[in-house]
Design a protein around this ligand. Sequence first.
Ligand code: AMP
Ligand code: ZN
Length: 467
Amino acid sequence: MALKLFNTLSRSVREFTPLDPAGKKVGLYCCGPTVYDYAHIGNWRTFVFADLVRRALEFSGYEVQHVMNITDVEDKIIKRVREQKTTLPEFTGKFEAAFLDDLKALGCREPHQKPRATAHIAEIIALIEKLVARGVAYQAADGSVYFSIEKYRGCGCCYGQLLKLNLDEMRAGERVASDEYEKESVADFALWKAYGSEDGEVAWDSPWGKGRPGWHIECSAMSIKALGETFDLHLGGEDLKFPHHEDEIAQSEGATGKPFVKFWLHGAHLLVEGKKMSKSLGNFFTLRDLQAKGFTGREVRFLLLSSHYRETFNFTFDGLAGARTSLARIDECLAKLRELSGGGGGDANSGLLGAFQTALEEDLNISAAWAAVFEWVRETNKRIAENSLSRPDAAAALAGWEKVDSVLGIGVVTEAEVPAEISALAEARTTAKKAKDFKRADALRDDLKSQGWLIEDTAKGPKLKKH
Ligand code: AMP
Ligand code: ZN
């Protein structure tokens, strides 16, 4: 069986085969966060999708090199650094650390490389120099260096590989200095932005004078450095197709003369209760906002993984409550299986695994994958109730589940998900019990219960459980 994925380049579902002649190694680059604020749940939908792609590739036996950059210099960041009268590293460092904490809380595997744009200024300059030398970039009167779409197309290259752009009808030839712009204003875009006083302390020397890189060239330089001039997979949210990814292709292919990426994958957007997320509508949530409402990263992950990556996902609080119920069903079944298996290992039972793999390989058909999981839960519960599941059966079922969960990443409740104040209350209760202060111990148990946590005294000590 082979993994099939929707390639935005061909606009069709195609069998994935890596560039590696040995068919083993896969390079995957996903545009990372712009660290100017806490990532919101829309961003998280895209990063959880990238984690799913990586895990699916690993499940299929590939050795993945997963790269996710940190955009730590671009227009929005500079604006906030100026407004908040702080320095770039101080400002971005805080949000980068928060991002990595949230990534962990959502059960995402850590990317193997997390390059920062500010640590790649030399590579960025070298790439722009190549583009200038090849005649597809020029320094304009404003001091900035721009990519020339006309010159690029004149070399027989195609601008508009991801989106069908009718360049003849568009206002080509104009220049845009900002990192984000609309399709209607397709134009020469900035590779190197000449210094302006609004940039404050954020500037580097270059052959074109003091300035800073444009956002698009950052990703070209970092991905080429990490994965080579041509690599397997490039991911991002659908909004990045234009101009960001289109510009990345133009810069990279314009500089190297080689195809940049074999497979482009784009995740659809997330809406909240049917509307575009916005602070003014009061429907804007970060992971931290949801955690403050008592939800866990695991529950949010489950919800974000519940629909196909190419379908717009409607986030609702009912959906999040449903995620909690569904996880409880899985947990209950797993707990019974663990008890029955007596902790022994076994060979993976192929029933669940086969159905799950078939679904996954069909362009990550997650709905069919979950259907296989819940059918398995139902069947397993039935067999347990009928006493027809032997110890080796239970061990084999668990081994099969573990393989499935190597992709879903929801099976384990990590310690990190118990909030610090809850752990502190549990510890205080243990201390009270040791001191035979049972009144206080009971009061602490009640306190925990009122906050949604049950405490169970087991042979290995007290255990916290969400209720
Ligand atoms: P940014 O930090 O703004 O560069 O965005 C990080 C990632 O989140 C990009 O891949 C975006 O495409 C993606 N993204 C932004 N908004 C949403 C949304 N509402 N739903 C899904 N992905 C999004
Ligand atoms: Zn990018």
